[in-house]
Design a protein around this ligand. Structure first.
Ligand SMILES: NC(=O)C1=CN([C@@H]2O[C@H](COP(=O)(O)OP(=O)(O)OC[C@H]3O[C@@H](n4cnc5c(N)ncnc54)[C@H](OP(=O)(O)O)[C@@H]3O)[C@@H](O)[C@H]2O)C=CC1
Ligand SMILES: O=C1CO[C@H](CO)[C@@H](O)[C@@H]1O
Length: 385
């Protein structure tokens, strides 16, 4: 079954979606941005056939089966509702919504619609992250004891670095945690099969004022690339960094450090998961190797290779060992899993991709983290819709 897609959002990640969809043979009909001119220019740049001027144009097109939402966070709720009302399957970028009232409503509407919905927690789709999940589910790993790690970047280090994410009204009340910490939290819960049930957070705003270049800069473009020198001062109420203690459902303990102000760390997610017999450690900047630690024999470095990995990990690796796969491949593998599910047509089957339920749980987790920081106390994570 050949499916047709359209992408909303022409900035950093929208074109990544387009590229990944083309690689798996999905027919991408067009892309839309914030204005008719930008929408048409982006479709032309990406060699897409459609000339949509707005999301409404996309939703009117009966030939579009799936809509990808790659817009700033504050648009996800309304755009998802519109797309579902128009009968489109939806793959939404993270975080699913700005708050848990919104994300709960999206779960409800999605369930009632009978359509297929997912959230782009792409990091799960590094093959060695699936391998870690497969190994932890086996008895020789033992019980999960501790889960530690970090997600750190440097693109918001300078006071002159600016992006819509730093403004609460655009990205949400939580920023570094909701923008990148949420990937780590989704990932370790996916790998361990254990939910985070309680959190104790301490967050830090490094720059309580930032300077926005008049003529805004795009994600990852760097303040030095801003074309205008004139700036305006903006008060910032969102966190640049934070530390969070974690309790998992099985009693395991953990800690996460998140920062968008760590010089030299470009986009670095690390985890170490200690079990009662083994430990596993992985770094997104060297994603093709997974460290496996033992008490009574030398540690191993497992190299991404479909010939030696577990079946679930081999299934999402397209290239033989030694042929590095990375960030763009994670979107390809996520989308392949999502589109295969739609094409198979059995929507009662288990979903092997991040769902709106997962996205909603992440939003509730973020809210617990913010509450914990504000109260300077442990907070239990709500688990109801
Ligand atoms: N899974 C992942 O690894 C990643 C996920 N993300 C997520 O993707 C989303 C987008 O982030 P990113 O690409 O970095 O952001 P950018 O700011 O780079 O791009 C957002 C784009 O959306 C466009 N836009 C704004 N409003 C609308 C609208 N109403 N309708 C259609 N388009 C609109 C913007 O247009 P204009 O340029 O005119 O402002 C811009 O081109 C966020 O939710 C983010 O969290 C982001 C990066 C990586
Ligand atoms: O989801 C995300 C992951 O990484 C980006 C960089 O690649 C982020 O900043 C972003 O929003």
């Amino acid at each position: 079954m050949k499916l047709n897609a359209a992408v909303v959002g022409t900035g950093f990640i929208g074109p990544v979606h387009v590229e990944a969809l083309k690689r798996i043979g999905v027919n991408v009909k067009g892309i839309v941005g914030s204005s008719p001119e930008k929408s048409i220019a982006a479709s032309e740049d990406l060699n897409l056939p459609g000339r949509y001027e707005s999301i409404e144009d996309v939703l009117r097109d009966d030939n579009v089966d799936v809509v990808h939402l790659a817009t700033p966070n504050k648009f996800h709720f309304d755009q998802t509702k519109l797309a579902l009302a128009a009968g489109k399957h939806v793959l939404c970028e993270k975080p699913l919504a700005m708050n848990s009232q919104q994300s709960a409503e999206l779960v409800r509407i999605a369930n009632e619609s009978g359509l297929v919905t997912g959230v782009a927690y792409n990091i799960r789709f590094y093959p060695l992250c699936h391998e870690a999940a497969a190994r932890i589910s086996q008895s020789n790993f033992g019980e999960t004891l501790h889960v530690t790690g970090s997600y750190v970047q440097d693109w918001l280090l300078k006071q002159s670095d600016f992006n819509w994410r730093v403004v609460a009204g655009e990205g949400g009340d939580l920023r570094a945690v909701a923008d990148i910490g949420t990937h780590w939290l989704d990932l370790v819960q996916f790998i361990t099969g254990q939910s985070v049930v309680s959190v104790c957070a301490d967050l830090q705003t490094v720059h309580s004022t930032r300077y926005r270049a008049i003529g805004a800069t795009l994600t990852f473009s760097g303040s030095e690339n801003a074309t205008e020198t004139e700036t305006e001062a903006i008060d910032i109420n969102t966190e640049d960094a934070g530390c969070i203690l974690l309790k998992f459902a099985n009693g395991a303990r953990g800690s996460l450090h998140v920062s968008q102000t760590t010089a030299g760390r470009k986009n670095c997610l690390r985890f170490e998961i200690a079990g009662s017999h083994q430990a596993l450690s992985w770094n997104s900047e060297q994603p093709n190797s997974l460290w496996v630690g033992y008490r009574d024999r030398p540690a191993e470095m497992l190299i991404r290779d479909p010939a030696t990995m577990s079946p679930s990990a081999a299934a999402i690796a397209s290239y033989p060992g030694g042929h590095a796969e990375g960030f763009p491949d994670t979107f390809k593998q996520l989308f392949q899993t999502f589109y295969n599910y739609i094409a198979d047509g059995d929507f009662a089957a288990p979903r092997q991709f991040p769902t709106f339920d997962d996205g909603h749980r992440e939003v509730m987790l973020c809210e617990a983290i913010l509450k914990s920081h504000r109260e300077q106390a442990w907070v239990d994570v709500a688990h109801t819709a």
